[in-house]
Design a protein. Structure first.
Length: 344
């Protein structure tokens, strides 16, 4: 595969007004989500839940790609069609989470480094054969007293760039995701400072590893007040600070930016995205879109509750959230749109 093929895939992932659905929860993470709706974490329930998401009619109108977990990538819809085929039929690119999770960083209490580089070239080659067009690797950076350390920032940037290079060699577009967590009582200033540091280190590392930026997509956190911080920044302040930092650190060659939601409520995540595209309209070097997990799935999960009888309602909730976020990609989201759908 040539660099041009990577660029074409990356551009498709950030097609105008489309976003990415992160449905790559590991078996442990989906257990937590299922606990909230009293559903047992069996392989069949996981399959049925993803089947509900991926058979949603017209999902491809708003969603350009879906990130899958290894088990999901190999599963089938109720009618026997593989999930990969099903997504392709909807015009949606299948992607795969390839990291092995964030693990304790030696000699750095309270900090994490993402593992999964061992054997990655072989796994990427298999995923490419199975039809995966892009991949995801998430680094986790925690803000706290005296942390993050330089080691946490550098080691995570290094792992992300090694991963990105391996993906590109296998013909897979890497989503690089350095997530600065919103957990904690830190101020928005501190989040801004750490996000800038993490992104600077990331793009230095990607350069050293010869990663072709045009064939990558960035999945960052927004610059936001810590969850427990008494002073919560306004929607516009989050939008302004986030874009300011991104402009300082992310080369314009990068194909696009798709945000994670990170624990924000659905509607707040949509409002932030909308504000960025409104305030900086015509003044953004990359498409700015979404790759939400919780902020897209919270409503359909709640509606589904593990019952086939609720599939239609759950799919309606997924389409609604996807549509709201796609409107936000061109600053057309409004509280009225939310209300109309709730009344319907
Ligand atoms: P959230 O949007 O729930 O943060 O999930 C996105 C994701 O893919 C995390 O790696």
């Amino acid at each position: 595969m040539s660099n041009q093929d990577l660029v074409t895939i990356a551009k498709t992932m950030v097609s105008p007004c489309k976003g990415i659905l992160a449905a790559d929860e590991s078996t442990g993470t989906i257990e937590n989500r299922f606990k909230g709706i009293n559903v047992e974490n069996t392989e069949e329930n996981r399959r049925a839940y993803r089947d509900m998401l991926f058979t949603t009619k017209d999902l491809g109108k708003y969603i350009s790609g879906v990130i899958l977990y290894d088990e999901t990538l190999r599963q089938k819809s109720a009618d026997g069609t593989s999930f990969i085929e099903l997504l392709k039929k909807q015009g949606i690119l299948p992607g795969i989470k390839v990291d092995a999770g964030a693990k304790p960083l030696a000699l750095h209490p309270g900090e994490l480094v993402t593992e999964g580089l061992d054997g990655l070239p072989k796994r990427c080659a298999e995923y490419a054969k199975l039809g995966a067009k892009f991949a995801k690797w998430r680094a986790v950076i925690t803000i706290g007293k005296g942390i993050p350390s330089a080691a946490c920032i550098e080691e995570n940037a290094h792992a992300l760039s090694r991963y990105a290079a391996i993906c590109q060699e296998a013909g897979i577009v890497p989503i690089v995701e350095p997530e600065v967590l919103m957990d904690g009582d830190h101020t928005i200033d501190r989040c801004e400072e750490i996000t800038e540091w993490a992104l600077k280190a990331l793009y230095d590392a990607l350069y050293v590893d010869r990663v072709v930026l045009e064939g990558t997509v960035l999945k960052p956190n927004m610059v936001i007040s810590g969850k427990g911080c008494p002073q919560q920044a306004s929607i516009d302040e989050v939008a302004e600070r986030t874009v300011r930092i991104l402009k300082r650190t992310v080369p314009s060659a990068v194909a696009g930016i798709v945000f994670l939601s990170g624990g924000q409520s659905d509607e707040v995540a949509t409002a932030h995205l909308n504000a960025m595209n409104r305030i900086f309209k015509g003044n953004l070097p990359w498409p700015v879109s979404y790759s939400y997990g919780r902020a897209l799935q919270a409503a359909p999960l709640k509606a589904w509750k593990g019952s086939a009888a609720n599939v239609a309602a759950a799919q309606a909730a997924l389409i609604h959230r996807s549509r709201m976020n796609s409107l936000a990609c061109e600053a057309r989201y409004s509280a009225d749109e939310e209300k109309q759908a709730q009344a319907a």
